[in-house]
Design a protein around this ligand. Structure first.
Ligand code: DX5
Ligand code: ZN
Length: 214
C-alpha cells in the first residue's frame, strides 16, 4: 500500500518544510491537485508551484489534473517535474490521444473517474494506462466525506486487472482516513491519497502508519 499525501492540505506559506515533513513521515508519492475553476468549482495552483520544490525531493510527483481539455497543459505539467500525470475522462473528448501524449513525454499516464462515472467509460483505455484514479469524493475540495458507493468501482477495476493481466495501479482520492482507507485496501486499491487526514494529524508519521496498516 502506497500513501500519497495531497499537497492541497499543506501549509502554502511553508511549503517546502511541510512537504519534507510528510516525506520524513513515510509518504510514497506527493499528490498534486491542479484545478482550473471550470472542470471543478475551485482554483488551486499551477505547475510553476511544484516546479520550485521539485529539485529538493526524490519521491514520485503524482499530478492530478482537474482541468478541462487537459491536452493544452500536459506539456507544461510534464516539464515542471511530474512523474505521473492523471487526467479525467470527463474532461476530454479524446482520452486515447491525451494518454498517448503523456506517454510520449516519457511520463506515467493515469485516467481518473468522478463518483458519477462508471468503469465502463474507461474500459477501452485500461490497457494503456499506468494508473486509474477512482475519485471517492466529488473533486474540487479537500476535507469532504468519502462516498461509499465508489468502492464497487475499485473492486471492478481489481477484477478486470486480474482477468486481463493489466498493469495499472488503482488509486483512490477523497475522504480517505483510517476507516475508509482500510475499505479501499480490501476493495483492491494500491495507492491512498490523503490530504486532510495526514496534514491535519498531530502526528503525521502515525497517520501514515495507520493508513499503511494492512
Ligand atoms: C479533491 C482532491 C484531493 C483532495 C483530497 O478534489 O483531488 O486530492 O486533496 O483531500 P482529502 O483527503 O482531505 O479528502
Ligand atoms: Zn487529487
Amino acid at each position: 500500500m502506497k500513501i500519497a499525501p495531497s499537497m492541497l492540505s499543506a501549509d502554502f506559506s511553508n511549503l517546502k518544510v511541510d512537504i519534507q515533513d510528510v516525506v520524513d513521515a513515510g509518504a510514497d508519492y506527493l499528490h498534486i491537485d491542479l484545478m482550473d475553476g471550470k472542470f471543478v468549482p475551485n482554483l488551486s495552483f499551477g505547475p510553476m508551484v511544484y516546479q520550485r520544490i521539485r529539485p529538493f525531493f526524490d519521491l514520485t510527483f503524482d499530478v492530478h489534473m482537474m482541468i478541462d481539455s487537459p491536452e493544452s497543459y500536459i506539456e507544461d505539467v510534464s516539464n515542471a517535474g511530474a512523474d505521473i500525470i492523471t487526467i479525467h475522462v470527463e474532461a476530454t473528448n479524446h482520452i486515447h490521444r491525451a494518454i498517448q501524449q503523456i506517454k510520449q513525454l516519457g511520463k506515467k499516464a493515469g485516467v481518473a473517474i468522478n463518483p458519477g462515472t462508471p468503469v465502463s467509460a474507461i474500459e477501452s483505455i485500461l490497457s494503456d494506462v499506468d494508473l486509474v484514479l477512482v475519485m471517492t469524493v466529488n473533486p474540487g475540495f479537500g476535507g469532504q466525506s468519502f462516498i461509499d458507493t465508489t468502492l464497487t468501482k475499485v473492486k471492478q477495476l481489481a477484477v478486470i486487472r486480474k482477468e486481463l493481466d493489466y498493469q495499472y495501479e488503482i488509486e483512490v482520492d477523497g475522504g480517505v482516513n483510517e476507516t475508509t482507507g482500510k475499505q479501499c485496501l480490501e476493495a483492491g486499491a494500491d495507492v491512498l491519497v490523503a490530504g486532510s487526514f495526514v496534514f491535519n494529524h498531530s502526528n503525521r508519521q502515525e497517520a501514515i502508519r495507520l493508513l499503511k496498516a494492512e
